[in-house]
Ligand binder design. Structure first.
Ligand SMILES: [Zn+2]
Length: 103
């Protein structure tokens, strides 16, 4: 079997996780999030990433895989339109005094 590449393989540039996480934190602070080219606006949640760092993600986890490293999540000031995120958000308010039931 012979492997040939007609195009150069994509090369990941070096990523400084500390700077990347800090930049994401600043970029998504007080923002909502769109996934890819989608029009739906999601609430932002933060997911653990590499040691003590966190990265933004849609609160509902819908339509998203990865950690935004490929620019698959974009900040927006538009209001949340995702029904699941809105439900989660309203659930957060009502559950502040009682623990969440996970299953
Ligand atoms: Zn959502």
């Amino acid at each position: 079997m012979r492997l040939t590449y007609s195009q150069p393989m994509p090369v990941q540039t070096q990523l400084d996780p500390v700077r990347f996480a800090a930049a994401q934190r600043e970029l998504f602070a007080s923002q909502n999030v769109r996934v890819g080219a989608g029009r739906v606006v999601h609430a932002v949640a933060w997911t653990p990433w590499l040691e003590e760092h966190e990265l933004p993600m849609p609160a509902c986890h819908t339509g998203w895989a990865g950690h935004g490293l490929g620019g698959d999540v974009r900040p927006t000031r538009d209001p949340v339109t995702c029904r699941r995120c809105l439900t989660l958000r309203s659930g957060d308010r009502s559950s502040t005094s009682s623990p969440l039931t996970l299953w």
